[in-house]
Design a protein around this ligand. Structure first.
Ligand code: SAM
Length: 220
């Protein structure tokens, strides 16, 4: 059986309480620093999403992720394309190995170009084992049709992320859990997971989602 743990609170405080070298992977989707506005009142603004706030936040949590990861492990950090400071900051701690593109099935709005993708920075701490087969760096996944969160990621996308960076039975950390897409994906893929989320209402949604998650069947 895989286990999940949810901490309701500020990830900087929670992470500081966790021991060095204790997780097998980080998969996280932090505030991008783009001041995302909610869509027609259906979802609300993201805590920490102003550019100045996000830069302070990333500068504080990235070293904590590095400290918590075991040696020779990998991390995936979601970010927007326009935050050029993100890979620079990650490179102060990690070896930035690739920029994976999440290609969506729908286009956003724009006068000259219409956004259809987001970035996922793939980073190493040390040298993780080489997989049997290398992955494409373009991952297709349809957007969540009726999201409960302005940045909710599809579980299919997060399952691919989880499989890519962690061994079965390993422990994944997501310090910006939102409504828990990484947690659901991790349990469905047979991993343990630690999520942290500052907004109580999203934590409640996570608890409800986790109550319905199916563990994979044990091998006969
Ligand atoms: C981009 S969203 C993550 C969405 C998530 N991937 C999902 O699919 O639901 C970032 C989340 O980080 C949370 N957050 C912002 N600052 C935080 C902090 N200091 N500690 C913990 N969570 C925080 C926000 O409330 C928001 O839900």
């Amino acid at each position: 059986m895989s286990n999940w743990t949810l901490y309701e609170g500020d990830c900087l405080k929670v992470m500081r309480e966790l021991p060095d070298n204790s997780v097998d992977a980080v998969v996280t989707d932090p505030p991008y620093g783009i001041d995302l506005q909610p869509q027609r009142g259906r979802t609300k603004p993201i805590v920490g999403d102003r550019k100045d706030e996000a830069q302070v936040l990333w500068r504080a949590f990235v070293p904590e992720c590095y400290r918590l990861l075991k040696p020779n492990t990998a991390a995936l950090f979601f970010a927007g394309w326009s935050e050029a400071w993100v890979p620079q900051l990650l490179a102060e701690w990690f070896t930035v190995k690739a920029c994976i593109v999440w290609r969506k099935n729908v286009w956003g709005i724009g006068y000259y170009t219409r956004p259809q993708h987001e970035f996922i920075w793939y980073c190493h701490k040390g040298k993780p084992p080489v997989p049997d087969r290398a992955e494409s760096d373009v991952w297709d996944a349809p957007r969540v049709p009726h999201p409960k969160h302005a940045c909710e990621k599809p579980v299919a996308l997060m399952r691919r992320a989880v499989r890519f960076v962690s061994p079965v039975g390993g422990t994944i950390l997501d310090p910006f859990a939102g409504v828990g897409s990484t947690l659901v994906a991790a349990i469905e893929e047979g991993r343990n997971v630690i999520g942290i989320e500052i907004e109580p209402e999203y934590c409640e949604i996570i608890r409800q989602r986790m109550a319905a998650v199916q563990q994979p069947l044990p091998l006969a």
